[in-house]
Structures are given as C-alpha cells and as structure tokens.
Design a protein around this ligand. Structure first.
Ligand SMILES: Cc1ncc(COP(=O)(O)O)c(C=O)c1O
Length: 352
C-alpha cells in the first residue's frame, strides 16, 4: 500500500463513503474486466468463497466429484468440500506444478462434474489441452487462478479459459485489498447466478425475496477504492516479478542443489519465487533465517493434511515437490541489490 491507496480511502470517506458494496465495487470490477478481458467480473470477499460460489453456480454439490491437484493451497480442495461435493485429488505434473492431465483423465468417473485447474504460481499447461479434456467428458472447468493475476497462456489471461475463473486479493498476492476475490465468466446466466449467491440469493439488494440459497460474500467499497489504486500498479508489479525471477534464475540456476521450474517469463508473472532444494532444505532455511532472510516451505500435499486422511492413493510428484519446495523473498519492492545479496548468501551456503 502506498500514498495513493491512503489518499483514496481518505477521499472516499470524506465524500460520505457508502462503505459496503456499491459504485466503487462496480468500478473495480470494470477495471479488472478491462485488464483480464473477461465479459463479466464479480468481486467477492475472498478467493475461497469465490471458488465455493463458482461450484454452486454450476450446480455442483452432493454426490458430485471434482478433480483437483494434490499440490495447491488447501482452499482449492476445501471449496469443493464446502460446496458439498467430493474432491478427487490427482498428482501433479512436475514440469509446471499443475494438475497431471493424464492422471486427471484416469480419475474421471461418471460422478465427475468438473476439473478445478489451479495455475499454480502463474504457470499452466497449454490451456487448449485442459479444455479438450473437459470437453471429451462433458465437464466444467473452474480455473483457480488465485496466484495468476497478470499471467497468461498464449497471451490470454489465465482464469478466462474455463467456465468460471477465480482469483484472490489476499495480502500476499500481486495486488491486494486485504482480503478479496473475483470470479470471471463470459456466460451471462452464470454471472447472474454468481450475483445472486454472493448476496444471500436475492436478485435485488434490500428486497428480501430470495431465489436461491446464498452467502453474504459481498465486497466493500472501502476495499474497492484500494483495489482501484492497486490495479493501476498491476502492470508494473507484473513486470517487476518477472525481473526479480530473472535475477534469481541467472544467479542461482547453476547452483547444484537448486532446481528452477521451467518458467516462460513472457507468459508467467511468478507470484512467489519458487525453487526446489534437493538436499538440505531445512539447513538452508536456518542459514537464511540467521542472516535475516525469510523463506517459506511449499504447501504440504493435500492428502497429508488431517481433514484428507480418508484419501487413498499415491502422489509421488506432489509429495516430492512439497518436501523440496521453497519460496524465496519475492516482494515486488525488493531492489536488485537485495535480490543479489540473497543469491550470494544462498551460494555461500552451498559452497560450504
Ligand atoms: C491457489 C489458491 N486458491 C485459493 C486461495 C484462497 O484465496 P483467499 O486467501 O483469498 O481465500 C489461495 C490463497 O492463497 C490460493 O493460493
């Protein structure tokens, strides 16, 4: 957050701010729509409820199965459970850390209704292959693009390929409104259903007639004025994430124990700088920590988390990535010198 966001909040409050979702929220949606080129954008309170709403809008619930990768932020899979459906966890493709499409096909059953495709850290497959798989089995595609705002496939924004796409504006994301999420679709009927579900299921705010079961997942104009300012900064941040990734890559790609995941910086704006550390990950974390450098291990694979102890099967790729993965300092505000300093500390560690 900078001066611009602070000033926007002050101006909004001075202007008699409405606070809850109103004109500024619609303006924020318009800005997102222009950036990602989706016909319809609905902003909601976070990127978890957006996924639940996407599932509900597609009438996915009890008795239905949804394919989801075993390596993702747990909200992807939790959303399926919260919608009443069964997540079918599938191993990942180690080349991009996204869903293994062959394994996904093997996991499809007559109960499968959708694929939740997570473009982890802004990477994806050829999205035509994802769409072709879904089409072959008559499945919906929900894109969890929470980590992919600013990333594309073939120049088209991730999140705009599926029936519904979803992003998050939580605090660590490329731009933030504190909490927040958005749904994208090109289908006007789905857009209408999303609008109903996010507002208690009612077609008109303030009129207590309810067409469907819904949440209160509404945004606030107070956040929207921040989001509008953040959107102005998005192109710069997308570019900066790419520059920072390149500095890390150029400096560290020949360090024996580190593996960089194939990243096409023309399309991918890496949200976090992610590397696999083949040996001594815990020691590296301590070494960095002692020198004031934060880092964070990757998500544990979902099937290892207590609420998913019922899941059967082997997920070797997801397990390996979870055990080796490390996120390095990634803020857009890191200077080149700071990134180079971090790289040199990492090099020192492996020299010793
Ligand atoms: C892939 C993915 N899906 C969903 C979410 C949930 O978004 P939120 O934190 O806005 O609920 C996140 C958050 O980090 C995420 O990374």
């Amino acid at each position: 957050m900078g001066f611009e966001e602070k000033q926007a909040v002050i101006d909004y409050l001075d202007g008699g701010g409405w606070l809850t979702e109103f004109k500024k929220t619609r303006e924020f949606e318009q800005k997102i729509s222009e950036f990602i080129k989706s016909n319809y954008v609905s902003v909601v309170n976070n990127g978890t409820s957006s996924l639940v709403i996407a599932l509900m809008a597609l009438d996915i619930g009890i008795g239905d199965e949804v394919i989801v990768p075993d390596f993702t932020m747990i909200a992807s899979s939790n959303a399926i459970v919260l919608a009443g459906a069964k997540p079918v966890l599938v191993d990942i493709d180690p080349t991009n850390l996204c869903l293994d499409l062959e394994k996904a096909e093997e996991a499809i059953t007559p109960k499968t209704k959708a694929i939740m495709y997570v473009s982890i850290n802004g990477r994806s497959h050829d999205m035509n292959n994802v769409l072709a798989l879904a089409k072959k089995y008559n499945l919906f595609v929900i894109e969890d693009a929470a980590q992919a705002l600013g990333s594309t496939f073939s120049g088209k924004s991730l999140g705009t390929f599926g029936d519904i796409g979803s992003i998050s504006f939580s605090a660590p994301k490329i731009i933030t409104t504190g909490q927040g999420g958005a749904l994208f679709t090109d289908n006007s009927d789905l857009f209408r259903k999303i609008a109903l579900i996010r507002d208690f299921g009612r077609p008109k705010s303030g009129v207590d007639y309810h067409e469907v079961i819904g949440f209160n997942a509404k945004f606030t104009d107070l956040q929207a004025v921040i989001g509008i300012e953040q959107m102005k900064k998005l192109p710069w941040r997308v570019q900066r994430k790419k520059e920072i990734y390149k500095i890390y890559f150029d400096c560290l790609s020949d360090v024996g124990s580190l593996i960089f995941i194939n990243t096409n910086l023309k399309e991918t704006s890496p949200w976090f700088i992610d590397v696999l550390v083949e040996t001594k990950r815990a020691e590296l974390i301590s070494f960095l920590n002692e020198r004031g450098i934060g880092s964070r291990v990757f998500y544990p694979s979902i099937h290892t988390q207590p609420p998913y102890s019922w899941v059967k099967g082997d997920f070797p790729k997801s397990d390996a990535v979870s055990q080796q993965g490390l996120w390095l300092p990634s803020s857009s505000f890191l200077s080149d010198d700071t990134v180079l300093f971090i790289c040199n500390v990492i090099k020192d560690f492996f020299k010793n």
